[in-house]
Design a protein around this ligand. Structure first.
Ligand code: NAD
Length: 434
């Protein structure tokens, strides 16, 4: 897929089956490719094997955001999300960014495993002993994951962090085992290593083994995304480009000053990130936890992306942890998630991290531009109106007719949708498509 263009003009106007046809061509998937998304593709049996107490499978809309260029090639960006406007927002922002594209820097996929040791009499001596035996412990860890080492990954470093010299748990320290997990998210890999090393670590520290599990603050596994948008592309019907640029930069500064605003700013980023993570079968709670811990790492909760004015345009930059995998986890069994990775052309964790990060910066840009110009509600309500029109029974071109009337009157409510639909049907002005 990456060699094709993701610029598909009017994609949103096509009926779903025609969208599938276009994507199959572009992504060079087999004709039956989309069967992975159809009802029943995730069988009750497979679902029952994934989690406990299964009573069914739960559907959400699966879409692709278009227009993305990420590091010089064009992914179709798979998104699963219940909120109207996320996919449209991502596609619109990606079109604005398209001339230079999103440029990313993805760190090595290094996860942190924590081994806590409690009830230590002399924390400083324990730390010194562990540091002295760091190579020895790393050697033990490497021997436990020979296949990961063959793939170029494996344990890379061991760090000792004294936490307290006394208190209810006595002296406490934590050992951080850094593990390059290659294309795996790595939670199970890292947890297994921590379990295996905990006894020896506690013995060397002269304390009791405490918790041993990965940290979701994966600040060693990050993505940075940059993009640049010219004023001409920022302009809207109602606002000139330089004004939009100034308003977005001001909105960024607001988020940098105020955690209440930063939380909403970051939610706009996670709209894009989570939608990609959900589509591709990732542990989105892990990425969410990491994102917000990272945002607060200085002691003040801060925006994950900032926007700065330059002559004639705007530069955006996002930096956040991104622990994702293209092997392991749910990917063993979930056909829709595997299709999403194929559509995105994301066959490495590095590429998936780049695409998810780009989606996050895109939805952030779209939200700030909407806020800076017409306010966020207009776009939201227009999409909401289409949903209400459908719920009222409209199909085909009647959806737009009903939605346009609701939006024009500002009465975007289910009862009004039913009234407008009934009137349009009875007026015979429009013949509804079947
Ligand atoms: P996993 O247990 O399926 O392990 C990945 C497997 O892929 C390994 O066996 C590895 O050998 C193999 N592999 C094949 N090709 C590889 C390649 N190119 N690079 C790396 N490994 C390769 O999955 P995982 O990634 O260790 O763990 C992810 C799962 O753990 C997720 O389902 C997540 O929800 C869950 N989890 C998360 C947390 C948390 O975030 N706090 C805690 C526990 C479990």
């Amino acid at each position: 897929m990456p060699s094709s263009s993701s610029r598909i003009s009017g994609f949103y106007r096509l009926p779903p089956l025609e969208r599938r046809r276009r994507l199959l061509e572009l992504a060079e998937l087999p004709a039956e490719g989309f069967a992975a998304l159809d009802p029943g593709a995730l069988t009750l049996d497979v679902a029952d094997g994934m989690i406990e107490n299964v009573i069914g499978v739960y559907a959400l809309p699966f879409a692709v955001a278009v227009n993305f260029t990420v590091d010089g090639s064009d992914p179709l960006v798979p998104m699963v999300v219940e909120e109207a406007s996320v996919v449209a927002a991502a596609s619109n922002a990606a079109r604005m960014v398209r001339p230079g594209g999103f440029r990313t820097t993805v760190s090595a996929p290094v996860m942190i495993g924590q081994i806590q040791v409690t009830e230590i009499d002399d924390v400083d001596a324990a730390a010194a002993s562990l540091r002295e035996h760091a190579e020895d412990l790393l050697g033990d860890a490497r021997r436990l994951v020979p296949r990961l080492a063959e793939r170029g990954g494996g344990p890379t470093a061991l760090e000792v962090r004294p936490l307290t010299r006394g208190g209810p748990d006595g002296g406490v320290l934590v050992v951080h085992l850094h593990v390059d997990c290659r294309d795996a998210m790595g939670a199970n890999l890292v947890n297994t290593l921590c379990e295996a090393l905990a006894g020896k670590v506690a013995e060397l520290a002269g304390g009791r083994p405490g918790l041993r599990i990965l940290s979701n603050l994966t600040d060693g596994r990050t993505v940075a995304v940059r993009c640049s948008v010219d004023d001409a592309l920022l302009a809207s019907d109602a606002a000139a480009g330089p004004d939009v640029r100034a308003a977005i930069a001001a909105a960024s500064r607001f988020a940098e000053l105020d955690p209440y605003r930063a939380a909403t700013h970051n939610k706009g980023i996670m709209n894009g990130v989570d939608a990609v993570l959900l589509a591709t079968g990732q542990d989105w709670r892990a990425v969410e936890a990491g994102a917000h811990a990272f945002a607060a790492r200085t002691g003040t909760y801060r925006p994950l992306a900032v926007w700065r004015e330059r002559a004639g345009g705007l530069d955006g930059e996002l930096a956040m942890p991104m622990a994702v995998g293209t092997v392991g986890g749910a990917l063993h069994v979930h056909p829709g998630a595997r299709l999403a990775l194929d559509l995105a052309g994301a066959h490495t964790a590095e590429r998936l991290a780049a695409i998810a990060g780009a989606a996050g910066l895109a939805t952030n840009l779209a939200a700030l531009r909407a806020l800076a110009t017409e306010g966020i509600q207009r776009g939201h309500m227009a999409l909401h109106a289409r949903g209400l029109a459908r719920a009222a029974g409209a199909t085909g071109e009647l959806i737009d007719r009903v939605a346009d009337e609701l939006a024009a009157t500002g009465e975007v409510r289910p009862d009004r949708a039913r009234e407008v639909f009934a009137r349009l049907c009875s007026s015979h002005v429009v013949k509804d498509s079947p």
